[in-house]
Design a protein around this ligand. Sequence first.
Ligand code: HEM
Length: 165
Amino acid sequence: MRDGFLGFRTSFMLDFVVVALVVVVPILLYSLAAAKFQKRFPLHRNLQLLLAAVLLVAVLAFEVDLHYIQGGWRNVVAKRDPPFTSEEMAFVQRMLGIHLVFAISTPILWALTLTLALTKFPNPPVPNAHSRWHKPLGWASALVLTATSITGLMFYYTAFVRGAN
Ligand code: HEM
């Protein structure tokens, strides 16, 4: 049985969120370049809002699917053939722990960066006194999202792809 559309024993939503995590990184890079080099701040704002909306929808759908429909990642992993040894299971669990550190801090930092930017920059947005806060917050938000994406893909690979038939 191959439930995910990427060809592994996962689920449609799990594969969907994996694709979303890959797609958001180039859009993020483009949006940061629009602010830093092209000074196209309205485009940068719109892309950041779009990214936040896409991520919110993808992650909510993913959480509902994984926890309520699939019964948790252990259930998904249980479909593996051959099954994991207890050492392999412990390794996968460590990978998930690392991923969750980034996956939990990302929405918190993004919500803070977005709310402050939307309230402290004028409309249309241009640099002002808030730039002092927005630049470090923005870079930190971009970094944790990238780390969420990379560690999420590493978890997906170790839990669902590596060594499975
Ligand atoms: C989570 C969402 C966001 C992230 C991750 C983000 C990230 C960044 C980063 C890293 C920079 C600095 C680029 C550089 O080093 O020159 C920047 C600049 C800027 N961003 Fe954002 N941004 C976000 C949302 C927004 C929003 C919603 C607005 C407008 C309401 C906005 C307006 C600006 C402006 C005006 C600058 C230029 C600041 C300056 O050069 O002084 N950003 N953003």
